[in-house]
Design a protein around this ligand. Structure first.
Ligand code: ZN
Length: 601
């Protein structure tokens, strides 16, 4: 006989001041040999072992008749309950003090949690329905808290407290839960209801709601139109947390959790258009993931074992292609001009050309080693690795150009995405290594083995000058004109001497080195990450601006003495200036008269 009686969790935001959720879990028919329960070690979409169980407290279990059961740890995130045939009641608390989209956070202003942080998984019962009751408390009533989640509702009150149900454990962890007094807005895109719940401190009155709703709707409709019906969800939720500084998101099947800075939002006056477009790009990115990675996904992500890493070489596709499209959709949706799009793209490309690590690690390796390298970047990252997001997006761009050229603009990268959606996403079968490359060959009609060998599995730079030319586009590299130069077009014709280091201002008026590029001026002078530059040419250097001024007064071939502290020890050295490195990308339209079209059709 199959046991399909659901598991039942009750989640209570018990104490905002000690940041603790209270959770109970009822298991009918537990494993008579000793029920195993566990908490995931990672959350899908974020490839790092996070050991969520470190925040689990007060774990106890008893039978329906009230007999306390002993609990034996099996590993740091698994426990075995004393054998019983009675219904079991498990009780525990979760400490929630990580204000990020990946775990849980709870204080007097709001509560947010991912299922991977709060819900124990029950071995052998991960496929049964998982019922969740969200309980209000005196505190949440008093402060008029409501719930924002896309968990399927069974029986909830006006505030959203009550009963929900997911199909399985894997389904359950797809719906982060926000509780608080957030601002909720809504719009329809092709008839599908979309909600935005914005939590955090900002002026609700001054938010330009009309603009936000209009722009988000345009993005969602443009993406939905590309894929067409049947659409993958019946409703969608943007859960936004607004803070002083922050930028990031995590994709889920019909929602996304985002974190952003106040300046990313549009207000009736004083909106920073660049920051706001960054926010829209983030929304566009996570929304695209609804298809690309949540449904079209690597085979190893179909039913991931969340106790250990799931390795794939395909993240270049899932993050790179998504990064390529996030900005492109802003242009397709009419929210940025071609010029703005090209400049954003040039800055994105610059991030790749500034990484000498791109000659040491291929994008496929970057994906495979995401767990230890990309997600655990240190001061040597620019020299050691390449991002599967940024260089992955350049491979996506190159494929788009190649397919357009090979098919006289009758096909483009969209056709690859759509084929993947039809064959792998909609039917929910995972992708084996190499299958994406095969579909790119089918759509383009080209043998692309050497392309993927050179640019995906090896470390060569993509030949963009050559690739862009038939489209009337110019690609060039120039030297930086300031320390904060991100690439793209510039009005300045002054190029700056290359220091070969990233520097930031400190609060005590020195300049701190954060990253040193291999085999360049700073490294040759013996500077290392963490060092604080205090003087050049025996004059005090108080901030990056004055350092930049000094760099402007010297020429190639000259040198300057440099004093710096490493820990509390003073060092003296000399910076020798060489030819400036050309690592800033510029894109420009050279001709409108070409037959081949890009970025639009
Ligand atoms: Zn992403």
């Amino acid at each position: 006989m199959m046991n399909i009686s659901p598991l039942h969790y009750e989640l209570t935001p018990e104490d905002p001041f000690s940041h603790q959720f209270h959770v109970t879990l009822t298991i009918d028919n537990p494993d008579p040999d000793g029920q195993v329960i566990s908490l995931p070690n990672w959350i899908p979409g974020s490839y790092l072992i996070r050991d969520f169980s470190k925040h689990l407290l007060d774990l106890t279990a008893e039978t329906r008749s009230g007999r306390q059961l002993s609990i034996e740890p099996k590993s740091s995130s698994e426990w075995v309950l004393e054998p019983t045939t009675e219904t079991v009641w498990v009780e525990y608390r979760i400490y929630a003090w990580d204000l990020s989209v990946r775990s849980a956070h709870f204080d007097q202003t709001h509560a947010f949690c991912n299922g991977t942080s709060v819900f124990l998984s029950v071995q052998g019962k991960t496929k049964v329905p998982h019922k969740v009751t969200l309980n209000a408390t005196d505190f949440t009533d008093e402060h008029h808290w409501r719930v924002a989640t896309s968990l399927p509702r069974i029986d909830v009150n006006a505030e959203g407290f009550g009963e929900y149900q997911a199909e399985s454990y894997q389904d359950l962890i797809e719906y982060p839960i926000e509780m608080g007094s957030f601002l909720e807005l809504s719009f329809d895109a092709v008839g599908i209801p979309h909600r935005i719940a914005i939590t955090g401190r900002f002026s609700h009155e001054k938010l330009d709601r009309e603009r936000l709703l209009h722009d988000l709707q345009r993005i969602c409709e443009t993406e939905l139109a590309m894929f067409g019906s049947p659409y993958p969800f019946q409703e969608y939720l943007f859960q936004v947390t607004v803070v002083e500084n922050g930028y990031g998101g995590l994709e889920h099947t019909n929602s996304t959790a985002l974190i952003c800075a106040r300046e990313h939002l549009p207000f009736q006056a004083g909106t920073d258009p660049k920051r706001y477009m960054e926010f829209l790009e983030l929304c566009s990115h996570e929304y695209f993931h609804s298809w690309n990675v949540k449904r079209i996904k690597p085979r190893v992500f179909l039913e991931s074992d969340l106790s250990k890493p799931a390795y794939t070489r395909q993240l270049w596709w899932f993050e790179g292609v998504t990064s390529y499209y996030d900005g492109l959709f802003l242009h397709r949706a009419g929210l940025i001009t071609e010029d703005e799009y090209l400049n954003n793209l040039a800055q994105e490309m610059t991030r790749v050309y500034r990484m000498p690590g791109r000659f040491r690690q291929s994008v496929a390796e970057s994906s495979f080693h995401a767990w230890t390298k990309f997600y655990q970047q240190d001061e040597n990252a620019p020299n050691a690795i390449i991002s599967y997001y940024t260089k992955g997006s350049l491979i996506a761009l190159a494929l788009d150009l190649i397919i357009r050229q090979a098919t006289q603009n009758t096909k483009c990268l969209d056709d690859v995405v759509l084929r993947l959606w039809e064959q792998k996403g909609e039917p929910n079968v995972g992708l084996e290594e190499g299958e994406i490359e095969q579909i790119c060959e089918d759509i383009s009609g080209l043998d692309l083995r050497s392309f993927f060998d050179r640019y995906l599995y090896d470390t060569n730079d993509l030949p963009f000058e050559e690739m862009f030319a038939p489209f009337g586009m110019g690609f060039s590299l120039r030297a930086a004109t300031s320390l904060s130069d991100k690439g793209g077009k510039t009005d300045s014709d002054e190029s700056l001497l290359t220091l070969g280091a990233n520097v930031i201002d400190t609060e005590h008026q020195t300049v701190k080195v954060t990253h040193v590029w291999n085999y360049m001026t700073a490294e040759r002078a013996g500077l290392a990450a963490g060092d604080e530059i205090v003087a050049l040419n025996a004059f005090k250097v108080s901030n990056t601006k004055s350092l930049e001024q000094w760099l402007r007064t010297y020429s190639v071939g000259e040198s300057v003495s440099c004093h710096f502290f490493r820990r509390d020890e003073l060092f003296q050295s000399t910076l020798y200036f060489e030819q400036s490195v050309k690592d800033r990308v510029v894109l420009s339209r050279e001709s409108d008269q070409t037959q081949l079209r890009w970025p639009l059709k």
